[in-house]
Design a protein around this ligand. Structure first.
Ligand SMILES: C[S@@+](CC[C@H](N)C(=O)[O-])C[C@H]1O[C@@H](n2cnc3c(N)ncnc32)[C@H](O)[C@@H]1O
Length: 221
């Protein structure tokens, strides 16, 4: 069903965005919310991908696609809020249209920070909360209804800002469809844990984090 709904959009543009997104993934890669594995085919040979997906039916379809991919891809069932991997396990993390749906985006971003090596890369392809009005307000109004019919997907998440609030540094951001879709590359800076924005001190940090994840406030837990 998901693939059938996405098919015209994939043909029109999304497939090309996916290809761009994963072509720079290197080393050990973690893809969260992998769905049916729509972008598996574009991982380079030699890349080793761990793909995490909580829905068993989607994971089964993803496994079939993993078998056809050039890269070595292992699909595991699980949620990204509590990753079953050691600290500093992956060189690259990828999320395509997954941080809009996870129950707790802050927890997920924090986990991605933990499992990435210092200087590791986070590649995002996400639809986000628009920065301009009245689009932003309309998304906020529509978000609960959309979430109810679209498996918890939120229209009102400031995902890139939330990643920055977690401590990631933005390297590149390309916006599409009037700013609705963002393709971003972030780096997990090689700084000490104490220097992470969330841990710098309540006065500064709470304000930054609050603004950054404003769109997540009504997210289902
Ligand atoms: C909109 S789909 C995107 C799927 C795929 N990444 C793609 O681009 O086609 C969102 C995906 O996130 C998954 N998901 C939902 N909650 C999750 C969580 N807590 N942790 C990881 N993945 C989750 C869903 O099962 C679904 O496959």
């Amino acid at each position: 069903m998901y693939d059938a709904v996405m098919w015209p959009f994939e043909r029109a543009a999304v497939a090309a965005w996916r290809r761009r997104l994963v072509r720079r993934a290197h080393g050990r890669v973690l893809e969260i919310g992998a769905g049916t594995g729509a972008q598996f085919r574009w991982y380079a040979p030699g890349v080793e991908v761990t793909a995490l997906e909580p829905d068993p039916d989607m994971a089964a379809r993803a496994r079939r696609r993993a078998g056809l991919a050039a890269a070595r891809i292992v699909v595991s069932e699980g949620r990204a809020e509590a990753l079953p991997y050691e600290d500093s396990t992956f060189a690259t993390a990828v999320s395509a249209f997954a941080l809009c749906t996870v129950g707790d985006p802050r927890a997920v971003l924090s986990e991605l920070w933990r499992v990435l090596v210092p200087d590791g890369r986070l590649f995002l392809l996400e639809h986000v909360h628009l920065l301009w009005e009245p689009g932003r307000t309309l998304q906020r109004w529509a978000a609960p209804v959309w979430a109810a019919v679209a498996g918890g997907c939120r229209l009102d998440r400031d995902t890139v800002a939330a990643a920055q609030a977690t401590g990631f540094t933005l390297v590149r951001r390309d916006v599409r469809v009037g700013g609705w879709i963002v393709e971003a590359e972030l780096v997990r800076a090689a700084e000490s844990e104490d220097e992470r924005p969330e841990r710098r001190g309540p006065a500064v940090v709470r304000r930054e984090s609050h603004a950054a994840v404003e769109g997540c406030r009504h997210a289902p837990r």
